[in-house]
Design a protein around this ligand. Structure first.
Ligand SMILES: NC(=O)c1ccc[n+]([C@@H]2O[C@H](COP(=O)([O-])OP(=O)(O)OC[C@H]3O[C@@H](n4cnc5c(N)ncnc54)[C@H](O)[C@@H]3O)[C@@H](O)[C@H]2O)c1
Length: 374
C-alpha cells in the first residue's frame, strides 16, 4: 500500500504521525512510504532520517493525492478540506462529534475516516488515547513543581523538600491514567501524594501497583474540600466518558487553598473540573484565581512532541500495519477495536455519537462494508 504522512499545519502542533523507525517497518513489509517535506521536523526527525528508512520525501500535493492511506496527528483544518477525497483512508485524531463543518466535509468527500480516539477495545479501553494521558499526567506534576517556584508566582516550595524539611503535598483528583502517571512522577520527586478516586476497583488497583506509597481516599465533596486546603499542587484528572468533566472544585474551595498553590486541570479538554477553569495555551499557560495558579493547557502533550510522537506512534503502528497489509475492509473485519474507529465511510456516518451530535443519519459499519471503492 502507498502510505503518506502529512505535515501538521495546525498552529502549535509539532507531532508527526510516523517516526523513521515506523517508516522502516512499513517499507520492510513491502509498502511505499511518502513523507511530506519537513513533516518530522517539529519532533526532531529530519527528512534524511526517513530517506534512510526507505521512505520518499514529497510535497504536500503529492502526499494527499498519491496516498491510499494517509496518516496524520490532528484533524484536517479548513484549508485542507479540499484535499479530502474518495479512495483515501485517513487515520488521525478527529474529534468530529464537536466539529460539524469537518464532519460534513468528510461525508461529502467520500473519504474513509478512522479516528484514533474512538478505536476502543471490547473491555472499553481507548488504546490510542492512553499514551497522551500518560504524557499529560507526567507533565502535570512537572508543571505543578515548576509553577510552585516563587519567581513564577508560586508558593516557593520545593516538591521533594530536603533532609529536615517536609516535602510538598500533591493531591490528584481522579486516579485513572492521567492521575496514576501524575502520582508516579510526584512520588519520584519525593512529594507526599494523595489520590481521590470514585471507583473502589480502581483504588484497589492503585493500592496494588503503588504499594501503599500514596494515600487513597474516596472522592466526595467534603473529602476534596479537606484535601485541597493543605495541598501545594492539585491535579484535576477526572473523566466521565462521553460527558463534560464534573465541577468538583468550587471557588470557595480555591479560596481556602494556600496562597501560591498550583492547580493543574488536565481535564480541561472536557471543560475542566473547577468552576474557575478556562482553557489556556502553551504560549500563555497560567492565570491566577483566588491566589491559586491555574495551569489549564488543553493540549499538554504538544509541549513535548518528541516524547509524544514516539508514544503515539508506538500504539498506532500495529493498526497502520493491519490496514496496509489487509486493506481497511479486511482489517476492520478482523479487529472490532479498529472497526469502532471508523467514523465516516463512503459518505455515511458510521459512528453513532457523531451522527447524533450533528443530526445526521447513522449507518452501522456492517451496512457499508465491504468497501465499494476498495
Ligand atoms: N489537557 C490535556 O492535554 C489532556 C491530555 C490527555 C488527557 N486529558 C484529559 O484528562 C482527563 C483524564 O483522562 P484519563 O485518561 O486519566 O481518564 P481515565 O478514564 O483513565 O481516568 C479518569 C478517572 O476519573 C475517575 N473519576 C470520575 N469521577 C470522579 C470523581 N468525581 N472524583 C474522583 N475521581 C473520579 C474515574 O473513576 C477514573 O478512574 C480526561 O478528561 C482526558 O480527556 C487531557
Amino acid at each position: 500500500m502507498r502510505i503518506g504522512v502529512a505535515r501538521e499545519i495546525k498552529p502549535q502542533e509539532y507531532r508527526v504521525a510516523l517516526t523513521p523507525a515506523g517508516a522502516r517497518e512499513l517499507v520492510q513489509r513491502g509498502h511505499e512510504v511518502l513523507i511530506e517535506e519537513s513533516a518530522g521536523a517539529g519532533s526532531a526527525f529530519v527528512d534524511d532520517a526517513y530517506v534512510r528508512a526507505g521512505a520518499r520525501i514529497v510535497l504536500v500535493d503529492e502526499v494527499w493525492e498519491a496516498s491510499e492511506l494517509l496518516l496524520k496527528v490532528k484533524e484536517p483544518i479548513a484549508s485542507e478540506y479540499r484535499r479530502l477525497r474518495e479512495r483515501l483512508t485517513l487515520f488521525t485524531y478527529l474529534h468530529i462529534a464537536a466539529d460539524e463543518p469537518l464532519t460534513r466535509a468528510l461525508v461529502e468527500s467520500g473519504i474513509a475516516a478512522v479516528a484514533y480516539e474512538t478505536v476502543e477495545t471490547d473491555d472499553r479501553r481507548l488504546p490510542l488515547l492512553a499514551p497522551m494521558s500518560e504524557v499529560a499526567g507526567r507533565l502535570a506534576t512537572q508543571a505543578g513543581a515548576h509553577y510552585l517556584e516563587k519567581p513564577l508566582g508560586g508558593r516557593g516550595v520545593l516538591l521533594g523538600g530536603v533532609a529536615g524539611v517536609a516535602p510538598g503535598r500533591v493531591v490528584v483528583i481522579g486516579g485513572g491514567i492521567v492521575g496514576y502517571n501524575a502520582a508516579v512522577i510526584a512520588l519520584g520527586m519525593g512529594a507526599q501524594v494523595t489520590i481521590l478516586e470514585r471507583s473502589v476497583d480502581r483504588m484497589r488497583h492503585l493500592e496494588e501497583v503503588l504499594s501503599g506509597r500514596v494515600s487513597l481516599l474516596m472522592s466526595s465533596t467534603l473529602q476534596i474540600e479537606e484535601s485541597v486546603k493543605d495541598a501545594d499542587v492539585v491535579i484535576g484528572a477526572v473523566l466521565i466518558p462521553g460527558a463534560l468533566a464534573p465541577k468538583l472544585l468550587t471557588r470557595e474551595m480555591l479560596r481556602e487553598m494556600k496562597d501560591g498553590a498550583v492547580f493543574c486541570d488536565v481535564a480541561i479538554d472536557q471543560g475542566g473540573c473547577a468552576e474557575t477553569s478556562k482553557a489556556t495555551t502553551h504560549d500563555d499557560p497560567v492565570y491566577a484565581v483566588e491566589g491559586v495558579t491555574h495551569y489549564c493547557v488543553a493540549n499538554m502533550p504538544g509541549a513535548v512532541p518528541v516524547t509524544s510522537t514516539k508514544a503515539l506512534t508506538n500504539v498506532t503502528l500495529p493498526y497502520v500495519e493491519a490496514i496496509a497489509e489487509h486493506g481497511l475492509a479486511a482489517a476492520v473485519e478482523g479487529d472490532a477495536a479498529l472497526a469502532r474507529g471508523v467514523n465516516v465511510l463512503e459518505g455515511r456516518v458510521t459512528y453513532e455519537a457523531v451522527a447524533d451530535a450533528h443530526g445526521l443519519d447513522y449507518t452501522p459499519l456492517r451496512d457499508v462494508l465491504p468497501l465499494a471503492a476498495a
